[in-house]
Design a protein around this ligand. Structure first.
Ligand code: ADP
Ligand code: ASP
Ligand code: MG
Length: 420
């Protein structure tokens, strides 16, 4: 069996959905399971709905309507006849969302978030499944929440592998083209959970692992994994082959082309991951598998924007030692900060972090009770794997360097853009 994942960019409009049909025609769809994300930027739009809901904003109606209109336009572009049953199916999903917004009593932000944003994937897979059937590719839509079971850590749920394995082994029939939602799962009580932003790649890996799949292919708007994000670096070059280890490192440092959790399950069963272009599906793209670490061997650049650099120093000039450091980390963990770099000296400790959940103010207040806290907001973290002198110079050009660190293979530089 092969697992294919189509992300938001691949299904952002009717032309994209048509293209998914073409890709399947070209590469075959025997024994394939399709994992699909929400269309385009729908998850971001649903995050606005969540915010408006909690703010009790008058804009709530309009923000829901925007998501609805976007999908309705895609439906109108794909299906000529408005009496086609897909219109009712999608309408029913939006009615369910309205019902939730009107009746929810839970004050738990993360819980509510998951119940709302999950509609993105439910709607996209419904549209795709009906459309493929309409064009003659018979699909079987399944609700991923009946397969992927998780704990109740809403927005960042942990997979219960044992239960998930059981459900997938029992419920997925070979020789059927299944289509299901990325990013979602459900907890013990059947409530929807999500696996973290950009988590659909991970969903594909979970299915592949549990099915012992032959391969996973993630279809992208780029030719494959490149040695830099082509949005930020000119001359980004396609990598033909990378090892699991190298891919884990790249994803860990923030190469957003692969979700970091994706690789571990695949590596455990040595299931190859192909990253390919949905525009040119017959090109080989990148193979992430056992084998050469990096082919061609080039410095790889990763940039993470909008990071925070915090420097803590002891109030009384005492050393920052194990005990303090463990306390600092406990707080970073408690406030769900993603740490991407650490540096310490005798009396100071610096971390570069990403505040994914908007907890920085609370964290700062806690830290200020014990330490002098200095920080820079909105800094960029550049990581270069397999760096050389030229690559190091390039990332520092025209920027203020706030912190630099390197090991044998990896150099990291925290910079602030020079604004004049
Ligand atoms: P999806 O539609 O699957 O969610 P994403 O937008 O998350 O796709 O990922 C594809 C994007 O990842 C590309 O458009 C590219 O800008 C970005 N990207 C970041 N790092 C890399 C890299 N090293 N190689 C290729 N693309 C990269
Ligand atoms: N739709 C989700 C997101 O945008 C999951 C994904 O696309 O991978 O985060
Ligand atoms: Mg994505």
């Amino acid at each position: 069996m092969r697992v294919f994942k189509f992300g938001g960019a691949s299904v952002k409009d009717a032309a994209g959905i048509n293209n998914v049909f073409d890709v399947l025609q070209k590469v075959g769809y025997d024994d394939v399971l399709l994992v699909v994300s929400a269309m385009g930027k729908t998850t971001n739009a649903l995050e606005v709905v969540v915010k408006d809901y909690f703010d009790k904003s008058a804009a709530l109606k309009a923000s829901v309507q925007e998501v609805r209109k976007y999908h309705n336009q895609i439906l109108l572009d794909l299906f000529e006849d408005e009496r086609h049953p897909v219109f009712k199916a999608v309408n029913d999903l939006f009615a369910e969302l309205d019902y939730f917004l009107g009746h929810n009593k839970s004050p738990n932000y993360n819980f509510v978030y998951d119940q709302i944003v999950s509609f993105g994937e439910l709607v996209s897979t419904t549209i795709l499944s009906y459309y493929m059937n309409h064009r003659g590719i018979k699909t079987h839509w399944i609700d991923v929440r009946q397969f992927i079971k998780t704990d109740a850590t809403y927005r960042d749920a942990e997979v219960n592998w044992e239960l998930t394995q059981k459900n997938i082994s029992k419920g997925i029939k070979k020789k059927t083209l299944h289509i299901t939602q990325g990013f979602l799962g459900s907890d013990e009580n059947g409530f929807t959970t999500t696996l973290g932003r950009e988590g659909s790649d991970y969903t594909a890996a979970i299915f592949a692992y549990c099915l012992g799949a032959e391969s996973v292919t993630i279809w992208k708007d780029v030719p494959g994994v490149m040695n830099a994000d082509p949005r930020y670096f000119e001359n980004a070059t396609l990598l033909n082959q990378i090892s699991y280890r190298e891919a884990i490192e790249l994803a860990f440092y923030g190469a957003s082309v692969i979700h970091p959790k994706t690789l571990q399950p695949l590596q455990r069963k040595e299931i190859p991951l192909f990253v390919k272009s949905f525009v040119e599906p017959l090109l080989p793209g990148t193979s992430v598998s056992k084998g050469a670490d990096l082919e061609p061997y080039l410095p790889c650049f990763i940039v993470k924007k909008n990071q925070l650099l915090i420097s803590l120093s002891s109030i009384d000039f005492s050393f920052i030692m194990e005990e303090n450091i463990s306390e600092i980390f406990a707080l970073l963990h408690q406030f769900k900060m993603k740490v991407s770099l650490i540096q310490n000296s005798a009396i100071s400790f610096s971390v570069c972090i990403e505040d994914k959940f908007g907890n920085f103010n609370e964290l700062k207040n806690k830290l200020s009770k014990k330490f002098k806290v200095a920080y820079n907001e909105n800094v960029s973290l550049y990581t270069i794997r397999h760096f050389n002198e030229k690559a190091a110079e390039m990332v520092q050009e025209n920027k203020t360097v706030l912190l630099k660190q390197s090991s044998r293979e990896t150099m990291q530089v925290v910079t602030k853009e020079i604004t004049s």
